[in-house]
Design a protein around this ligand. Structure first.
Ligand SMILES: [Zn+2]
Length: 110
C-alpha cells in the first residue's frame, strides 16, 4: 500500500520504516491513522481553495462594478482597469478550480 509521508507528503510504502525522501520515521502511526491524516490535509486544502475561488469571484464582481461605474459616467474616459481585473480574476479562478478538481479527486482516491 502506498501512503503519503506525514512530513513531506511524498508517496512512500506503508511497509517502509522511514520516508525515503526526507527520512522521517513514520513512528507508531497505523495505516488508518496515516490515511486519515492525509485525508484531513486534503480537506483543509479543499477548504482553502474554495475560499480562494470565492475571492476570485469577488474580484470579477468588483471588476464588473468598476466597468459599469465608468460606463455610466459620461465624463469619465473608460480605462483598461476593469478589463485587466477581469482577465486576472478569470485566470485565477480557472487555476483555483483546476487545483480544486485535482484535490477532490485525490480525496476520493483515499
Ligand atoms: Zn518524507
Amino acid at each position: 500500500m502506498i501512503i503519503n509521508c506525514p512530513s513531506c507528503r511524498k508517496p512512500m510504502s506503508s511497509k517502509a520504516p522511514a520516508c525515503p525522501s526526507c527520512d522521517t520515521e513514520r513512528g507508531d502511526l497505523s495505516d488508518e491513522q496515516l490515511s486519515e491524516l492525509s485525508r484531513r490535509r486534503l480537506r483543509d486544502r479543499i477548504y482553502r481553495l474554495k475560499m480562494a475561488s470565492y475571492a476570485a469571484i469577488s474580484v470579477l464582481l468588483a471588476a464588473a462594478g468598476w466597468y459599469f461605474y465608468e460606463a455610466s459616467d459620461l465624463d469619465l474616459t473608460p480605462s483598461t482597469g476593469p478589463l485587466v481585473l477581469v482577465a486576472l480574476g478569470s485566470v485565477a479562478y480557472v487555476i483555483v478550480r483546476a487545483l480544486l478538481f485535482a484535490a477532490k479527486r485525490a480525496l476520493k482516491a483515499h
